[in-house]
Design a protein around this ligand. Sequence first.
Ligand SMILES: [Zn+2]
Length: 303
Amino acid sequence: MARARPAGRGAARGEAARAPVEAPLGAKQLERYSRHLLIPEVGIAGQQKLLNSKVLLIGAGGLGSPAAYYLAAAGVGTLGIIDSDVVDATNLQRQILHSTERIGEPKVDSAKRTLEALNPDVKVIGYRERLSSENIDRIISEYDVVVDGADNFPTRYLLNDASVKWRKPVVHGSIYRFEGQVTVFQPFEGPCYRCLFHEPPPPELAPSCAEAGVLGVLPGVIGTIQANEVIKLLLGIGEPLVGRYLLFDALDATFREVKLRRDPKCPACGDDPTITEYIDYEGFCASPADWRAEHEAAGTPAD
Ligand SMILES: [Zn+2]
């Protein structure tokens, strides 16, 4: 995080003359971020904070695409993106980081090209791997805020338990057909994911991602709200969606809000937590590609 310049220093004329005038942003940056600098709540100090911030995105898919796009445009200096998948033709209806010519390319590589072309101030670190109990500590510890665009329960629970351990805020989003949800899990300040759902549902009751349809523009709405929450958290402004579950209905064009509370009996963040180590739940609905590979291997048609 950037430190604000101390006020009142160099008041004596001689000192001011000797001390180099700190130019926190270069000329190109002053131009690029001018519409941020005009907002008192952001300003030069806020923009510097963004440039020094590190945000981890779980997934470069439907939610990760718009979220990463706007965070890169805003000048969030480091974006980590974890995704083990390659770009597939069925992704292009909503995953706007990718393009037709990149079908077959790893999503993290495609995302890096798109985002660094948009803003050279942004460093994109791609992790072409699945989040697991083995790698999550190494990855999450580097970042200030996490954007959860995961499409499967094992990742969501693993991320929750790690974010509670590391006290990292998670901006959570989920989508299904015409409905989307967003909330912020701020460890110990609001509920965590396990406060709401102690355990994942049995695999047979979880909808298969490959079969769950979604209106292409819906992740654009939800992922953009996630980016907005990230910026607020990084700048320490506004009222984050902590303890508030925001629901969007694309057909009605309505937003609803449900209040959420911490559960003292929560196995992760409660008074007497029982989750003391990471659990790698069995992967069901990992990603459409994994799902297809599994089903094709089993000799059953994927679609
Ligand atoms: Zn909890």
